[in-house]
Design a protein around this ligand. Structure first.
Ligand code: CP
Ligand code: NVA
Length: 308
């Protein structure tokens, strides 16, 4: 594995499979109460330029469980917020920390941080990608379906960071992905192109459509995310109007396979991209999905900070 985890496309399929297998082992070990502390004495810095519940708490708990410590660093409090450069911040923090997790706006800023940091850098979400989320989601799918290869994933909604990481994952790992987005809210064509370029010849198709019913046909996973991501709050009302036909509700779920899982990276905007009935219904795995962030990220931290 490279020093950093900046995008799913940085990994090989073998590395993804190893992380998923290790995360499953770590989950069993935790359930059994086994002590496993390979990161004693190690510290992860967690830089946040945007809010977070799952990413912040799961990374911090992951470090505690692995025997290390985590420090929450808001960009509002760091000198970074007053103009200290990313390159200088990276070199200073590398003298204290054993790893840096960052959630920010520009993917280029995460890449810049990784370039100057001598310690591993982990992308905890940018406007472009959210790799830890999709890796954890693949763990959830694997737990429920025994693997991800034969599963068709239907991503319904905004062509955003989460959608981009799904595209890259589908290309890298070779599962079928159908993305349904309204016109004007499609994923970045460069990411679509990259995902298709990653795909092996003969791999299942990556398709884009405006029709959510077409996307969910034969799907084993229906996945959605907020219609207005962090930083797009002012577009919220306009987006709700455009995205209404893309709501994951009972009729959309009924158009998928009878055993389709419903997934959402959370936070959910109940009544917008997903109804209460579906989110709290029998097909929903959203809470086990959120828990898996912890287990998957422990595997990532063990690998990048522990050299395992
Ligand atoms: N899914 C996710 O990354 O959630 P947070 O924004 O709460 O970290
Ligand atoms: N697309 C969402 C994901 C939140 C975890 C956002 O960027 O706000």
């Amino acid at each position: 594995m490279t020093k950093d985890l900046l995008s799913i496309a940085d990994l090989t399929r073998q590395e993804v499979d190893a992380l998923l297998a290790r995360a499953a082992e770590l989950k069993v070990m935790l359930r059994r109460g086994a002590r496993h502390q390979p990161l004693v004495g190690k510290t992860l810095g967690m830089i946040f330029a945007k809010p977070s519940t799952r990413t912040r708490v799961s990374f911090e708990v992951a470090m505690v469980q692995l025997g290390g410590a985590a420090i929450f660093l808001s960009t509002q409090d760091l000198q970074l917020g007053r103009g200290e450069t990313i390159a200088d911040t990276a070199r200073v923090l590398s003298g204290y920390l054993d790893g840096i997790m960052i959630r920010t706006f520009a993917q280029a800023d995460v890449e810049e941080l990784a370039r100057w940091a001598s310690v591993p850098v982990i992308n905890g979400l940018t406007d472009l990608t959210h790799p830890c989320q999709i890796l954890a989601d693949l763990l959830t799918i694997t737990e429920h379906r025994g693997g991800y290869e034969q599963v068709k994933v239907a991503y319904v909604g905004d062509g955003n960071n989460v959608c981009h990481s799904w595209l890259l994952a589908a290309g890298l790992l070779g599962f079928e992905l159908a993305v349904a987005c309204p016109a004007g809210y499609r994923p970045d064509p460069r990411i679509v192109e990259r995902a298709r370029a990653l795909a092996a010849p003969g791999a299942p198709r990556i398709t884009l459509t405006e029709d959510p019913f077409e996307a969910v046909k034969d799907a084993g996973v229906i996945y959605t995310d907020t219609w207005a991501s962090m930083g797009q709050e002012r577009e919220h009302e306009a987006r709700v109007q455009v995205f209404r036909p893309y709501q994951v509700n009972r009729s959309l779920v009924e158009a998928a396979r009878g055993d389709a899982l419903v997934m959402h990276c959370l936070p959910a905007h109940r009544g917008e991209e997903i109804t209460d009935e579906v989110m709290d219904g029998p097909r929903s795995v959203v809470f086990p999905q959120a828990e898996n962030r912890l287990h998957l990220q422990k595997a990532v931290l063990e690998r990048l900070l522990g050299g395992r």
